[in-house]
Every structure is written in C-alpha cells, then in structure tokens.
Design a protein. Sequence first.
Length: 144
Amino acid sequence: MEEPKGVDKRSRQYRQYKEWQKNFEAEQSKKPEGLGDVVKSITKATGIDKLVKFIAGEDCGCDERQEILNKKFPFAKIKCLNEDEFNYLSELLKKRIVSINFQQRNRMYEIYNRIFGTKLKNTTCSSCLSNIKKKLEVILKTYK
C-alpha cells in the first residue's frame, strides 16, 4: 500500500497508517508454524474473521482452533547441524560412496532424525538411504 498523499505526517491518520504498515510487514515476515496460522491468514485476508467475530462475538474460539491446528499439523522445522555432524557428513559425503556399512548408515539416520524431527528406522532399503543422503547433502551445502 502506498503512503497516503497530501496527509500531514503529524496527523492521527498518518500515525494509524504507519502502525498498520508496521503490523502488516511484521505479519508478512512471520513464517507460519502450522496449518492454524495459514487458516488464520486466509480468513484475515478474505475478511471472514471480522464476519465471524461480528456474529459470534470477540471470543469466537478462533485462537483455540488455530492453536489446535498448529499442534496437529505443524510445519517441519529443520534444525542446524552441530560441528561433529557437519564434520562427519563432510568427510562421508565428499567421497563417492559405493557401499555404506552399518555404522555409517546408522549415524546418517541419527543425524537425519535429529535434524528433521523424524523417527525413521535404519533399514537396508537403498532408495530410502539414497533419499536421506540427498537431503543431507542439500543441508550440508547450505553451510558452504
């Protein structure tokens, strides 16, 4: 939204505009934690939230539903590699790996599960291991 033209910067209208702009930019930069945040932003953008509050009152239960949806359907938050994990993956993945032994595979699964917050089990499935390796390589490249 453009800054209002012909408005005195000392006026109440200008201060309200600047406050709205600050809130809008803060809201845009905030990443959603889960599905509840997405639903809230859609209802706010379409004006549905105001309609619901008009009909149901200020305490319409929207905040509680948002929290429940965020807990049930959270977005993945990737954690950072620690120094030991970084060094281990750098050494392991810089080589052209033909075969991976049990300990190497187990360590890759441990790192992957910690970073992505999953509980995958160590398997001998080569396509599963290949997917994990590719994702870890992408994470490792972000550090370089």
